[in-house]
Design a protein around this ligand. Structure first.
Ligand SMILES: [Ca+2]
Ligand SMILES: [Ca+2]
Length: 614
């Protein structure tokens, strides 16, 4: 984006604290305030490529459904997609047409340099350290004895390590990502972890998402209304356990890949009717309750021991702000005289060096940012983030259809600070219903006379056309009402302005009975005498137990202790540790699931144990 400054509008001083202020001459300042900064329109990106589309393996959804999966490279263009399916070619049915979400360009970052900062844990001894982290301060989670059996059906007993409320429930501090309705599909998570004598004892440290599918039953943002329905999913496509053994800080980065093969649904809590299935695509699209790193597969008779340190958490999720350039927001004018680029106010970062805007010195009156929107929109929520060092106080939001006649739609005060840190210092106005082609944000006053600043301006609503990332998007959709025993064809279809592309045809046979569905998975943590094996298990709605058979040939001969595998209609991860192995030997293994409808055997797989000297 090109900025055009009037020659008298800028001054060269750069300042970080009031003590370092360099005041320009009064005459120069008056010019600086009122002449404004004109912002040139960004060039249109040159795209003319149709999407690239791949259909991938569906997963079972009971005996009358499936979850279709695939991925799309949209070439940066707005793109819609659906799955087509049917018992014969050409496919007679299609899922509802959906739009790919906007770019992964909204960021939440927590350094824990100053405290727990709104995060919680089931560890009552949770500790904060001011130094010694991967960078500065950090937090420590101790293994606990409080077991959560609510999710035994999905992924075993769990322990809650650390968690955050992204909104909109506020009996606890909620950080209100995307005004309380963030989209975490394919989000990128970064975290530094350190294990301190961590003995997992068969557990894994994993990501967890909890979302409410009927958020409308909350009469206000501070109440969990009666009749709530929650869905819980564990991201089992990645664990952090292996990074806990070095005793050193390990920086991890992973994606919450939006593919049902990488998640385990964790509902059916006994006696808790509020836990009900909601498909993974919707749960991640509306991550409205909380997210965790948590310890799963806990054996209450042999809990993990030790502690885990966490630092430098960051998640990059979908940026739906109407002002984000990729969604059609264009800065028309900004207050003059600042050394900061006003583009920092729509860069997706709430705060941080180089990610905020601060006015010129001694603002004498309102400061105004004007944006033009590429398409007519309805503004439904506005979230304005504070500048921790140069806080603004009163702000006003105005909208216009033509850029000339303006109407004020919201006015309020930002908190100067928040006890949970700068991520929580924002003004949030929801429940708006304002049609707009142009919007203005006015800073009316500040907490310091020297300068007024903001960290980020976000507006949410309807009507924007979102550019997409130059990257793959994983997509999935539940398809129900299928015939047990029937084979179906399905494929993913995506369309952008340059054309329509179809993925290859996949066939999928819906099971004819609720015998467990099992897939043998990989082996890992292979030692000379032990190895971890895993698989995917679908109980297909009947209480199911599973175990792994293993041995030196395909007759196996040994098996792990049976474990309860739940009664979900969706696949989950199944894990066991094989012990008493011979060194440097090739082992065969397979997953076995059994319920009242019968026993199912996964395919044979092999690994070779390590030599004793390795
Ligand atoms: Ca830190
Ligand atoms: Ca920013």
């Amino acid at each position: 984006m090109k900025r055009i400054y009037g020659s008298r509008c800028s001054h060269g001083s750069f300042f970080r604290t009031p003590r370092r202020f360099l005041y320009p001459a009064a005459g120069a300042w008056a010019v600086a305030v009122w002449c404004g900064v004109l912002i040139a329109a960004p060039p249109s990106p040159p795209h003319d490529l149709a999407p690239t589309v791949e259909t991938s393996s569906p997963t079972h959804l009971g005996i009358t459904g499936l979850t279709a999966n695939g991925r799309i490279h949209p070439q940066g263009l707005p793109t819609t997609y659906h799955f087509e399916y049917g018992p014969t070619e050409p496919c007679a049915y299609k899922t509802v047409e959906q739009s790919l979400p906007p770019q992964l360009a909204a960021h939440y970052r927590e350094t824990w340099d100053t405290g727990w900062n709104g995060w919680m844990s089931w560890d009552s001894r949770m500790q904060h350290f001011k130094e010694g982290g991967a960078s500065g301060g950090y937090i420590r989670y101790h293994s606990i004895e409080r077991d959560d059996h609510n999710h035994d059906d999905g992924i075993g007993t769990v322990h809650l390590a650390k968690y955050l409320y992204p909104g909109p429930f506020a009996p606890v501090p909620s950080v209100y990502l995307a005004a309380g309705d963030p989209d975490f599909r394919d989000a990128v998570v970064r975290i530094a972890v350190r294990g301190n004598q961590w003995r997992p004892n068969g557990t894994e440290l994993m990501w967890w998402s909890q979302s409410q599918s009927n958020v409308e039953v909350n009469p206000d943002s501070a109440t969990l209304g009666p009749g709530w329905i929650h869905a819980n999913w564990c991201y089992t496509g990645q664990n952090l356990t292996d990074r806990l053994f070095s005793g050193q800080w390990e920086r991890c980065e992973y994606r919450l890949t939006n593919d049902s093969n990488a998640w385990s649904y964790c509902g059916n809590a006994p006696g808790r009717a509020g836990y009900q299935y909601w498909q993974i695509d919707e749960t991640q699209r509306h991550l409205n309750i909380d997210f965790f790193h948590m310890v799963v597969f806990v054996d209450p008779n042999r809990r993990p021991t030790g502690s885990i340190d966490f630092d430098e958490f960051e998640v990059t999720y979908r940026n739906y702000s109407l002002l984000f350039p990729g969604n059609g927001g264009r800065l028309v004018s900004a207050p003059a005289g600042s050394n900061d680029d006003p583009a920092a106010l729509t860069d997706g970062w709430r705060h941080g060096d180089g990610k905020m805007w601060r006015s010129a010195i001694g603002p004498p009156g309102p400061l105004e940012f004007e944006y033009a929107l590429a398409n007519p929109v309805t503004v439904r929520a506005v979230q304005i983030h504070q500048h921790p060092d140069w806080p603004s106080k009163e702000v006003e939001i105005l909208v216009s259809a033509d850029g000339r006649a303006w109407r004020s739609v919201a006015r309020g005060e930002l908190p100067k600070t928040h006890t949970a840190g700068p991520n929580f210092a924002f003004l949030l106005e929801r429940g708006l219903n304002a049609q707009a082609r142009h919007v203005k944000v006015r800073i009316l006053s500040g907490y310091c006379a020297d300068a007024w600043g903001l960290g980020e301006i976000e507006m949410f609503g309807d009507g924007a056309v979102c550019q997409t990332d130059q990257d793959w998007y994983h997509v999935n959709r539940d398809i129900t009402g299928l015939q047990p025993g029937q084979t179906y064809h399905l494929r993913l279809v995506a369309t952008n302005a340059a054309g329509t592309a179809k993925g290859k045809d996949e066939t999928f046979t819906v099971p004819s009975d609720p015998k467990p569905h099992v897939l043998t998975g990989p082996a890992s943590r292979i030692r000379s005498d032990a190895a971890k094996v895993e698989g995917r298990l679908n109980p297909l709605g009947k209480k199911t137990n599973f175990y792994f058979e293993y041995g030196l040939d395909r007759s196996y001969g040994q098996r792990t202790s049976p474990q309860y595998g739940g009664m979900q209609i969706t696949p989950r991860i199944a894990i066991a540790t094989l012990t008493g192995l011979k060194p440097a030997a090739t082992y065969h293994y397979r997953l076995v699931g059994t319920n009242e409808a019968g026993t199912s055997y996964g395919a044979d797989a092999t690994f070779t144990s390590r030599a004793e000297t390795e």
